[in-house]
Unconditional design. Structure first.
Length: 367
């Protein structure tokens, strides 16, 4: 019975470590964030509100720290110890600096909140139900075709990928699948203001402009944007393979070595445009997992604030296809691996039982 008790204790300790301590440590190192939200307006507003609330908490905590440091300094000054006074003053200065930083963060968060509220209010004024695909085709030729191809309508890109990369930093996408990949609202948003829609406005300030300029209407902005959206929807495919979705959504900036895919833009220009070299995505599904990738693709700023990666804006179906494709390429043996792991665990359980029975038999003869 002694051996059996030891085995039970080991199982309990290992189980507690695996199901208790490890998840807790993971939650500390990777704080929980809201799930992917495919209503882009709601996602932006919720994240902005969360950032403001977090900034308020940090600001209040910083104020308390300043008060605490100031009170401590007063007490130490009464005792007259110079070295302790210097340390207390240094701590107070640091607390004041943190308070100033927290104040700036709160102000920035409020400005961002206001900015996105106004942006989506403008987008909501666009009546997407009144789009005219025929008018959209004419508008596409005048406003979009100089940078974007549309193979589904027989329009090849004016420039090759390399020339476009040199000009814009990243190769502008062919928009044949745009109506399949993106929601109507996101398409309207990216046409009106690409930097805001893709959430990289923090990169493009003052003299640095986003490579894609905001749409300028000739007469009625709402009607014209809705017509371009209607046209893109009309020429989009009804179905796409997972690999094709990945190619259109991700491959302009990312390699996928496991499937022998190279980014369609020039690497050095993409690096200059992004600020760093985008990673190969071959093993990303293993290193990050599907849940993280769904949240990150849906809104990179939520997972990595300040990142240079733009929001892709994929709808739920398209994003799921990207994740499924990364599974196919980067973790195709997952099911077999999990089944094998189960067999190995079962093997060790059976082996432990036989070892225990054998030991009992041997000891019974010795005693």
């Amino acid at each position: 019975m002694r051996d059996l008790k030891i085995l039970i204790i080991l199982i309990v300790v290992i189980g507690f470590t695996y199901y208790g301590i490890e998840p807790y440590a993971h939650s500390i190192m990777n704080p929980a964030v809201a799930n992917a939200n495919y209503d882009v307006e709601l996602e932006d507003k919720q994240l902005a509100n969360t950032n403001v609330e977090n900034a308020k908490i940090e600001f209040e905590n910083s104020k308390k720290e300043v008060e605490k440091s100031a009170n401590l300094l007063q007490k130490i000054e009464k005792k007259g110890k110079e070295n302790k006074i210097k340390e207390a003053k240094k701590a107070l200065d640091a607390a004041k600096a943190n308070l100033k930083s927290a104040e700036n963060t709160l102000e920035s968060a409020k400005n961002t909140q206001d900015k996105y509220t106004l942006f989506w209010n403008d987008i909501n004024k666009i009546d997407l139900s009144k789009g005219d695909a025929a008018q959209g085709a004419d508008l596409f030729m005048g406003a979009c075709y100089s940078c974007h191809g549309l193979k589904s309508a027989g329009l090849e890109s004016v420039s090759d990928a390399n020339t476009s990369s040199e000009a814009y930093g990243v190769n502008p996408p062919d928009l044949s699948s745009a109506g399949y990949l993106y929601s109507d609202k996101f398409l309207a948003a990216i046409i009106k203001n690409p930097a805001m829609a893709t959430k990289v406005d923090h990169k493009f300030v003052e003299e640095r402009m986003h490579p894609m300029i905001p749409f300028t209407a000739m007469e009625d902005e709402s009607k014209e944007i809705s017509s371009i959206v209607a046209y893109l929807k009309s020429v989009a495919p009804k179905n796409m393979e997972n690999s094709a979705v990945f190619e259109d959504a991700c491959q302009r900036c990312h390699d996928l070595r496991y499937d022998k895919r190279k980014m369609t833009s020039l690497p050095n220009f993409v690096k200059d445009y992004m600020g760093s070299f985008p990673p190969d995505l071959s093993t990303m599904i293993k290193s990050r997992g599907a849940d993280y990738l769904h949240k990150f693709i849906n809104d990179p700023q939520k997972m990595l604030p300040g990142t240079a990666m733009p929001r892709t804006g994929l709808n739920e179906k398209a994003e799921t296809q990207v994740i499924d494709y990364l599974y196919e390429v980067g973790d195709g043996n997952k099911a077999n691996r999990e089944k094998t792991a189960l067999y190995i665990m079962l093997y060790f359980v059976i082996l432990s039982v036989f070892a225990w029975l054998f030991k009992r038999q041997v000891w019974s003869k010795l005693h």
